[in-house]
Design a protein around this ligand. Structure first.
Ligand code: A2P
Length: 285
């Protein structure tokens, strides 16, 4: 497959297509300055990104939408050039709440449609507008729902998901790999037993050979095997450098060597919800 900065979408079985490279837009709402998401998404569109991964629970969807709309208004892109993925949060799992939740997203974005809407996590919480409900003892308030849905998949050189990838390829399913750089390493929800992906020696040596950095090699690895990546960055230099992966091609031996890094360890463990009946990470898939 010939991937370029201008053309790096792959077909979906419903006739639509999805850009292999997307910008993740989750930043901790308590520490991310107002306007950062807006500026980042605008810069990303100027850089060539066409895929944005957002959610109502990130509390910045309005900034993502504003940036997309402004870049449409100034003629840089058309709505149909953009692929936006929104997410149903845990408090809106009951069927009657799905549509209103999607409508909240559309209202925040001020767009007429999203290109993909997924279940953020299979772990339902007590319905309502308190996104992280806890009882008077500080315990999470869960909720039982009849879940028949799917969710995103962490995927990077330390968690290459060979079984899942093979299954999806056999069934024409595209994987979107979140945290393709190994997360922001926030100790409150990330498994820090695993060493930082971006300090990996093999990735560093391959990066050196091509005059790239480890992040670019990690991203290219997934994109080259058909896995969509959505690295978040609100840093202008990193937004640009993460996109510079289309003038890099890894050899078969390098792809195999990177696959060999797999440690089968998740960074995003979310252990605080591990007692939820629908906690998704007890099983292999
Ligand atoms: P920053 O926004 O400061 O660039 P996620 O797992 O949600 O995709 O987050 C990726 C994390 O990696 C973010 O904390 C982001 O922070 C950081 N990051 C993004 N691109 C790079 C890069 N090229 N090199 C190092 N860190 C990066």
């Amino acid at each position: 497959m010939d991937l370029t900065a201008e053309s790096h979408s792959i077909p979906l079985s419903d006739g639509h297509s999805i850009p292999l490279m997307g910008l993740g837009t989750y930043g901790d709402p308590r520490t991310t300055l107002k306007g950062t998401t807006y500026e980042s998404v605008k810069l990303a569109i100027e850089t060539g990104y066409r895929h944005f991964d957002g959610a109502l629970v990130y509390f910045n969807e309005h900034e993502v939408g504003q940036a997309i709309r402004d870049k449409i208004a100034d003629g840089t892109v058309k709505r149909e050039d953009i692929f936006y993925c929104g997410k149903l949060w845990n408090t809106f799992h009951s069927p009657d709440l799905v549509r209103p939740a999607l409508e909240k997203t559309l209202k925040a974005l001020q767009l007429e449609y999203v290109d993909l809407y997924i279940v953020e996590m299979p772990t339902a919480f007590k319905p309502g507008d308190t996104f992280y409900p806890k009882d008077e003892n500080g315990e999470w308030i869960y909720c039982k729902t009849d879940l028949c849905a799917t969710w995103e998949v962490e995927c990077h050189p330390y968690f290459t998901q060979p079984k899942l990838l093979e299954y999806c390829q056999q069934h024409d399913i595209i994987i979107v790999g979140y945290s393709p750089l190994g997360t922001c390493r926030d100790a409150s929800w990330v498994n820090l037993k695993c060493p930082p992906l971006l300090e990996d020696e093999l990735l560093a040596s391959i990066a050196k050979k091509y005059n790239k950095n480890t992040a670019q090699v990690a991203l290219r690895f997934n994109v080259q095997r058909g896995v969509v990546v959505i690295p978040k960055s609100f840093n202008p230099a990193r937004i640009k450098e993460n996109f510079q992966i289309f003038n890099l091609s890894l050899s078969d031996a390098e792809m195999k060597a990177i696959e060999g890094l797999n440690k089968n360890i998740r960074f995003v463990e979310l252990l605080m919800w591990s007692d939820h009946p629908e906690y998704p990470f007890h099983d292999d898939y």
